[in-house]
Design a protein around this ligand. Structure first.
Ligand SMILES: *Cc1c(COP(=O)(O)O)cnc(C)c1O
Length: 398
């Protein structure tokens, strides 16, 4: 698989910097722009409201921002897309996709498991969409005449299941497929190459990478991008230029971070899998955890998020989360440091208990987003927290 190179990462979105006479991406904080003439201003306004990528004049910051546009251009290149559209958060990006497909129907087919709030947005009916939740093999059967979108997340959250994008695309026929590729980043997976129409990221995670930016992005064809920009202009779910700048700044090191964290995660996954206190480890890089053989074909590595379940249910899991010292007990993922969280109590709490169970989210499941630290230091912290959590149980049983 041809991947995005370190050279690409270092230069993407910086094409005109020499002419501009700058080395770092300029941050444009203007909310409004002086117009050359009323006629040309009106023409620019019309173009941007219709979803054009750019115009002679940005007119107003809800319509266009050059700092954000440079980062979008870089993400489009990374995803092999014609265009990318940035949003205020991952959920704003998913919302825009759901609104953008509404003219072709109000039914959505979603492959579970999905990120908890994505699941909630679809279940709640907030946007007027009806959703059929299915397993990956049931997509074709769930299609209806008004199905406007098929949604999959791979690797899936929090079970790290890999879903075969090409197989889902084949089942979807003429219905566009959206892939939430947040866990993979364009470094490890490029869903458009496998036939997806829309690739979405919570850029809050790896793309920002330092735990200090909220953002979302969708990479797609220019015609999809036009619709998404129309939605963004109308709903105002814009990405702030400071966020655009920070995201662009994070891009040259994305590949380095993803590859290093993946190495550390691999080492931890092996140790957890060999540990008798751990019931099961979910990590595509472990033997038997990639039954469809998608590593190498769809993904060029298993990434750096893993989950594991321990005996003793919620009580023991809570003890691990409360007991770690180096690792931060916190939701989110894709940061430079390692985070641990409890999906049933936090990220997937908005789902019903039955839905959680159907997705394999048991009360003893913990999710680890592995950072850039030394594996030995992370293991020492986990080992001690696991010892305390399971010692409680052992002494009660005695
Ligand atoms: C975090 C996340 C989202 C939501 O993104 P926000 O930036 O928090 O709005 C969606 N999908 C996945 C897989 C996520 O991890």
């Amino acid at each position: 698989m041809k991947t995005w190179s370190h050279t690409d990462a270092a230069h993407a979105g910086r094409d005109r910097f020499r002419q501009l006479g700058v080395h770092a991406p300029p941050v444009d904080l203007s909310t409004t722009y002086p117009l050359d003439s009323l006629v040309s201003g009106t023409a620019s306004l019309d173009a941007l409201v219709a979803g054009q990528a750019a115009a002679d004049n940005p007119v107003y910051a809800r319509l266009f921002n050059p700092t954000v546009a440079r980062w979008e251009q870089a993400i489009a290149q990374a995803e092999t897309a014609e265009a990318a559209v940035g949003f205020a958060s991952g959920m704003a990006a998913l919302t825009a996709c759901l609104l953008a497909v509404r003219d072709s129907g109000s039914h959505v087919v979603a492959v579970r498991p999905l990120y908890g709030t994505s699941d909630h947005l679809l279940t709640s009916g907030l946007l007027g969409v009806r959703t059929s939740f299915v397993r990956a093999g049931e997509v074709a059967r769930a299609l209806k005449p008004d199905t406007a979108l098929v949604i999959v997340e791979t690797p899936a959250n929090p079970t790290l299941e890999l879903i075969d994008i090409e197989a889902v695309v084949a089942q979807a026929g003429s219905v566009p497929v959206l892939v939430d590729s947040t866990f993979a980043t364009p470094i490890l997976q490029r869903p458009l190459v496998h036939g997806a129409s829309l690739v979405m990221h919570s850029a809050t995670k790896f793309l920002s990478g330092h735990g200090d930016v909220m953002a979302g992005v969708v990479a797609c064809s220019e015609s999809w991008a036009e619709k998404l920009r129309q939605v963004r202009v109308a709903t105002g779910a814009v990405l702030h230029p400071w966020a655009g700048f920070l995201l662009h700044r994070s891009l040259p090191t994305l590949k380095l971070r993803v590859e290093r964290a993946q190495q550390v995660a691999g080492a931890l996954a092996e140790r957890l899998a060999a540990d008798s206190r751990v019931r099961e480890v979910h990590y595509p890089g472990l033997q038997g955890k990639d039954p469809l053989r998608l590593l190498g074909r769809q993904m060029c590595g298993p990434g750096s998020v893993l989950s594991f379940s321990i005996a003793g249910g919620l009580r023991a899991a809570a003890s691990v989360v409360d007991g770690v010292e180096l690792i931060t007990p916190a939701v989110s993922l894709g940061s430079t440091d390692t985070l641990i969280q409890h999906p049933a109590a936090l990220t997937h709490r908005v789902m019903s208990e039955a839905d959680r169970a159907a997705c394999g989210i048991d009360p003893g499941l913990l999710r680890l987003s592995v950072g850039l630290e030394e594996p030995e230091d992370l293991w020492a912290d986990l080992d001690r927290a696991l010892f305390d959590a399971t010692r409680d149980r052992a002494s009660r049983a005695a």
